[in-house]
Design a protein around this ligand. Structure first.
Ligand SMILES: C[S@@+](CC[C@H](N)C(=O)[O-])C[C@H]1O[C@@H](n2cnc3c(N)ncnc32)[C@H](O)[C@@H]1O
Length: 214
């Protein structure tokens, strides 16, 4: 398993602390409402679902939800959520998306874009759009860098990827890839992967939507 996947397996039980940050509560409330509405009635494929925080919200109104994550530690928590019985959970890698027959008309990934190396983004997006129905709704949200709230960037590599040194409760520090693209970088990235890109900016988050090629 790779370093990032291994890191998340280790912190699974504590992962949802990110949703308890007081300064982010108003943004999170808006995002929950936005995401609930975006996927109402859709057949959704969620990538890197983690503990199912967003899966549970999407499942309230979606026609169907398939949620993929590489870590059993994460999926186990996701399966305990209120709407889990409406969700098909699949253990797998988003870099090798299982074949679901392209029946989903929407794709979602939260806090995932930032963890994809810049040179892997285009191949990843190509596979992601090919995994869902032609013309499907694509939606990604992730963090904006906010000094004082975000973990500081500790290193930038030669390719322009940023990393954070995240210290865990046991004192062990993990270096985690975490990119913070700006609005125009997000829009430009979608050009080869569909049409109609739109970025919604909140103080702590961005939400990118577009349509997969028909
Ligand atoms: C930052 S968390 C996001 C969880 C969830 N989407 C959310 O927003 O709360 C990243 C997730 O990616 C998963 N992950 C890491 N590498 C993966 C891979 N190659 N394929 C699928 N999931 C992966 C981790 O297990 C973790 O659950």
């Amino acid at each position: 398993m790779d370093k990032l996947a291994d890191y998340y397996a280790q912190i699974a039980a504590k992962y949802e602390r990110i949703y308890a940050k007081p300064e982010r509560q108003a943004n999170l409330e808006s995002l929950r409402a936005r995401i609930r509405k975006l996927f109402a009635g859709k057949r959704v494929l969620e990538l890197a679902c983690g503990t199912g925080y967003w899966t549970d919200i999407i499942a309230e109104g979606a026609a169907e939800v398939t949620a993929v994550d590489i870590n059993e530690e994460m999926l186990e928590i996701a399966r305990s959520k209120r709407n889990a019985s409406k969700v098909k959970f699949v253990r797998g890698s988003v870099f090798d998306i299982p074949d679901f027959g392209r029946r989903h008309d929407a794709l979602f990934a939260g806090h995932w874009w930032s963890h994809v190396r810049l040179d892997e983004l285009d191949p990843f997006l190509k596979r992601a759009t090919a995994a869902v129905a032609p013309g499907a709704l694509m939606a990604f949200f992730d963090n904006r860098y906010v000094p004082g709230s975000s973990t500081p960037v500790s290193r930038r590599d030669a390719q322009g990827n940023d990393y954070q040194a995240r210290k865990q409760d046991d004192g062990v520090t993990h270096e985690v890839l975490k990119n913070f693209p700006n609005e125009s970088e997000l829009i430009q990235r979608t050009v080869r992967h569909g049409w109609g890109a739109n970025v919604e900016l909140l103080e702590y988050y961005w939400l990118l939507t577009w349509w997969a090629p028909k």
